[in-house]
Design a protein around this ligand. Structure first.
Ligand code: BEZ
Ligand code: FE
Length: 318
């Protein structure tokens, strides 16, 4: 390209300089979108055009100031800095802004009678120990014993033998094993296999509500916008069975605080269950439980599919 120098500044003189249009909010958006004509990946071009359109529309709508833009850059930088192989602050943003649940809702349109999915969350660790029917999930004391039982069924009501019920939960100190330096790695985690009649049963502890990690940028956003960081009490479950679509879901304690205001928007009406109070002399008390206990029944209904839809572990958040 030819250029002329006037003072210290080079001015391009070729035809491209003649084509530059005056910069205005509308021409900037149009220019950025036009640049995507070069993108050969059609899906990527669709996503990027839409992203630019909405992002520019947002900046225009709120009339973002330079100071606010700097704040946003600082927040994004802090998010990158706090994220490592144990903590995933980006996913926490997605969770706390409802994006994770939106992606889940679009990606998992289950029939009405099937068990609904919900967020996987950051505390899932694959390869939990295999445990037999009726075993404890807790390896050190972690709360009131709770007998969790039910059946895994296909959508037509057929019991599924040999299904895997992969479970993890927090203890009464509000922590998952991955967050708790005092706990064994396999504490409050286990994989159970359904019996011939599709049944499973294990001794968990009654979960407590707990706050998501809120010592980083997401916590700052929650406080600045008047939101709390709490999740209602729940037990995580992934159910897998050959010939069926896997489901990552929760059993929610319907009597827990925050059921109506889960910080990650993951509560679904169909996933609420009752913990029933039981006394030590209850004749149904399972072997392995001493004293008073709770029981909770939850069946899981899977959709037949050639594609089991294996889940991707998105990384931990604490
Ligand atoms: C959880 O339930 O483990 C969880 C889900 C989303 C964000 C943080 C924690
Ligand atoms: Fe959880």
């Amino acid at each position: 390209m030819r250029s002329v120098v006037s003072g210290d500044v080079e001015h391009p003189t070729d035809a491209s300089s003649q084509r530059l249009r005056p910069t205005s909010p509308d021409t900037i958006t149009a220019e950025v979108i036009a640049r995507l004509d070069a993108c050969e990946d059609e899906r990527l071009a669709t996503i990027m055009r839409s992203l630019v359109t909405f992002l520019h529309g947002f900046v225009r709508e709120v009339e973002l100031t330079e100071g606010e833009w700097h704040d946003a850059i600082r927040m994004l930088t802090a998010t990158g800095q706090i994220t490592d192989e144990r903590r995933q602050e980006w996913i926490l943003w997605s969770d706390a802004l409802g994006v994770s649940m939106l992606v889940d809702a679009i990606g998992h349109p289950f029939p009405e009678a099937a068990t609904e999915s919900t967020v996987l969350g950051p505390f899932y660790v694959p390869n939990a120990p295999e445990r037999p029917y009726g075993a404890h999930l807790d390896e050190v004391p972690a709360g009131d014993p709770a007998w969790i039982h039910g059946r895994v069924l296909s959508l037509d009501g057929t019991p599924i033998a040999g299904a895997e019920v992969d479970v993890w939960q927090n203890g009464d100190n509000e922590l998952y094993a991955t967050q708790d330096p005092e706990a064994p790695e396999t504490h409050l985690r286990g994989r159970f296999t359904t019996r011939e009649d599709g049944s499973f049963g294990f001794i968990a502890v009654r979960p407590t509500a707990y706050p998501i990690p809120d010592d980083g940028p997401v916590g700052q956003m929650l406080r600045a916008t008047g939101r709390h960081p709490w999740r209602p009490a729940h037990i995580h479950v992934i159910v897998r069975a050959p010939g069926h679509r896997s489901v990552a879901t929760h059993i929610f304690d319907r009597d827990s605080d925050y059921v109506d205001s889960d910080v990650v928007f993951a509560v679904k009406q169909s996933l609420l269950r009752e913990f029933v109070e039981r006394s030590a002399d209850d004749p149904d008390r399972p072997q392995g439980i001493q004293g008073d206990w709770w029981s909770l029944r939850s069946d899981f209904v899977l959709v037949r599919s050639d594609d089991t839809g294996e889940l991707v572990d998105p990384g931990r958040t604490a």
